[in-house]
Design a protein. Sequence first.
Length: 239
Amino acid sequence: MFHFLQVDTTAVAQNLSNAVEATQGADKKELALSEIIFSGGPIGQAIMIIIFIMLFMALYLYLERFFAIKKASTIDDNFMAQIKMFLSQGKVDQAKLLCANTDTPVAHLIGKGISRIGKPLQDINIAIENAGKLEVYKMEKNINLLATLSGAGPMTGFLGTVVGMVMAFHEMSTAASARIDMSVLSEGIYTAMMTTVFGLIVGIVSYVGYNHLVSKIDKIVHQLEANAVEFLDLLNDPA
């Protein structure tokens, strides 16, 4: 019986040793994220670099436009009240000065209208509309690039997928023997998988960012229209 226990203990120790070796082997096979991303060979690495450039561009464009639009959406609640007060008192020059010192789309819009005071109301309305279009154009600057990246990112990722699968199947078809070199084959698989993942990330970031910015611009456009109507009503009935 003692011999049986001794053999059983030896077997358990051997199993534990094998388990430790297997765990250590698994740890050695763990790859860092950078290694996984850039393990797709030269072609895969080139595609991944393009995708990361797109991702950087998408983040930069979104953040730059976000803060610019946020600044443009800042409106002083007393601005229109001061404009009304100055115009009702005939202080046109002070109203112009207030608009010139206020760096917002609304102030630019109203300032353009004030500069046309004394001309037919239709001319004032046209001037305000043109100024409004210019302000919207400034806010929408480079936003279309986000829309382009939202489509170009996933398509570039899918291109990497196709290239990766072609590499993998080419390696399988040109193998000299029935044994396939998995290290070379894995390059094609890495390219196929990782480019798709990061291409979709670029698409999602760009698409969400684009729609968020467009919604903020729409709110500012409504504010511009409301203030333009209020200003024209003031000219029609200054009292």
